[in-house]
Design a protein around this ligand. Sequence first.
Ligand SMILES: Nc1nc2c(ncn2[C@@H]2O[C@H](COP(=O)(O)OP(=O)(O)OP(=O)(O)O)[C@@H](O)[C@H]2O)c(=O)[nH]1
Length: 308
Amino acid sequence: MKNLTSIQPSKTQHARLAALKQSFHDWNNTPDVLTQMAKRLSTTLSLETQLGIVAEEIAATIPFDALNYRHRIARQDFVFSTGMGGPHRCEYRLTLEGSYYGTLTFHRRHKFSSEEMTGLEMMLSAAICPLRNACQFISIEQAALTDSLTNIGNKRALDEALSRASAMADRHGAPWSLILCDLDHFKQINDNHGHVVGDHILTKTAEKLEQAVRNSDTVYRFGGEEFAILLPHTNELDARDVADRIRLAVESIRVDGGETPLTVTTSCGVAVHLMEESSDQWLARADEALYRAKAQGRNCTRVFATIS
Ligand SMILES: Nc1nc2c(ncn2[C@@H]2O[C@H](COP(=O)(O)OP(=O)(O)OP(=O)(O)O)[C@@H](O)[C@H]2O)c(=O)[nH]1
């Protein structure tokens, strides 16, 4: 083994260690305004919580009447507001290393002085890194729940949504319906026209499904050519109508397939949530209805009927 030269603590090192000890003491016991805010921000990756902390810490030094934050992250608008208006405002576009992380606006009844604006800028400079991390965390979380081909929710997103929907249906008693759609003879499209055309049809299908349903309904791709639509406040009868509308929407898709345009049909299975059933049981009943639609000729809707 190589001999290591023994390191003798020098005077400078002693001084540095003493300074470190002092700064640890200050950081721990009497942090300055910026350190205190940075410490609090580092405890969370929730953008909402971070913005609450920023609002509190800034208000302690620079009072304001309202703070608004808006940013579009992963195709979704994120909005945070605290307090009530005021005619004067200071607006900051938050950017770091060329990337944009939202716009923060402070409102107040009285004008902000230039000294106060400098203070705001200092506080925001100290907050921008944690805010950037929180925005990126939302993007990563969103990506893990999104199907990369069609840009709609994936199987994981469906599982989470079904669990939430089951809990809400049990608690409030409102009907929730689930529609499963599976494109018919999709293998033939891939085999005859190639996967690129197949992928294009899947993308078009996702678009059509989203257009065919209400804003409050959500569409997921949970398997190769399988889609799911979750419909809040929708009973069996209405869900059946939606499923038939969806089938017509999918039938209207036209994709360039050589001499004649390619078309596709879909089979649908519907199940309304039953009191206290698990999301797996609910999904299994919708799947059973879909299986019947396939077995009974395809391009049709079957409902897992409930006796009420
Ligand atoms: N292009 C493309 N094809 C996919 C994707 N995922 C799954 N598939 C294909 O979807 C096809 C599904 O075939 P099957 O399960 O036999 O079903 P089907 O041919 O639609 O027949 P039915 O469902 O019984 O009407 C297979 O050929 C898979 O390769 C994808 O991401 N892109």
